[in-house]
Design a protein around this ligand. Structure first.
Ligand code: ATP
Length: 240
């Protein structure tokens, strides 16, 4: 449950601007989708929010606190991050993967066990899978583990980067529905990067359309459909 503010963010790689004077406010508990061309800066924006990279200029605030003034390890532990390649630790079983942040934070084992069992229920995983290792799970099951791990410490912010990109259509649809249900039961501020305009419009209460390091439109799905702000937004909508 956190408000995120990006204020005049500039980021360059090798002298080439990747984010160009980006400013936006994401409300506490809001679901925001991010869509845009390849290389438009979507992943870079997420990484700036969880402190994996720092802007050349501008500031990121979470709940009115400049993240640069925070302990970066603590910041990352307080933000759920789900990526397409999932990033599960291959040498740890599912239980240890899900409980990783809780163990880092020094919670007692009874509390951790209770929370892990709560989480597997939330993401509809079979508890029998907790003993397995990531390479013994299907793509969709691994994604559920990734979501459970991201939610483990009850984060105020969850960042998802093409989180459902590597699963089949049916699994993708059920993960989308589960994500909406999970969010409605225990809300958090969510940024969801996707290449799929349907997914963006379905999951986002508002949608950011990025192009070349800037924002073409940041609006509700209804408004984006009713009044696309640029030819690029119109082109995206033509794929519906
Ligand atoms: N560590 C890096 N060093 C140099 N250039 C980088 C680095 N990370 C990203 N870039 C460049 O920054 C630009 C934006 O990358 P970013 O990953 O944010 O795009 P994206 O919108 O998420 O793209 P995609 O949809 O293809 O994943 C790209 O041109 C990319 O090549």
């Amino acid at each position: 449950m956190s408000e995120i503010i990006l204020e005049h963010i500039q980021k360059q790689y090798d002298g080439k601007p990747v984010l160009n004077d980006l400013s936006l406010t994401i409300r506490s508990c809001e679901r925001v989708s991010v869509i845009g061309g390849s290389g438009s800066g979507k992943t870079t924006m997420l990484k700036l929010i969880n402190g994996l990279i720092v802007p050349d200029r501008g500031r990121v605030y979470i709940d009115q606190e400049d993240i640069q003034t925070k302990d970066m390890n603590k910041l990352r532990q307080s933000i759920g991050y789900v990526i397409q390649s999932i990033g599960l630790f291959p040498h740890m079983n599912i239980y240890d993967n899900i409980s990783y942040v809780l163990r880092l934070r020094g919670y007692e084992s009874d509390i951790i066990r209770q929370r892990v069992h709560e989480l597997v229920k939330i993401v509809h995983l079979d508890a029998a899978m907790l003993k397995r290792f990531p390479d013994e799970l299907s793509g969709g099951q691994k994604q559920r583990v990734g979501i459970a791990r991201a939610l483990a410490s009850d984060p105020g912010v969850v960042l998802m980067d093409e989180a459902f990109g590597a699963v089949d259509e049916i699994t993708r649809h059920s993960l989308q529905e589960e994500l909406l249900r999970i969010h409605s039961e225990a809300p958090f501020t969510m940024l969801f990067v996707t290449h799929d305009i349907r997914e963006a419009l379905y999951l986002g209460e508002r949608v950011i359309v990025m192009r070349d390091g800037g924002i073409d439109q940041f609006d509700t799905p209804q408004q984006i459909k009713a009044a696309p702000a640029t030819p690029f937004v119109r082109q995206l909508l033509s794929y519906l």
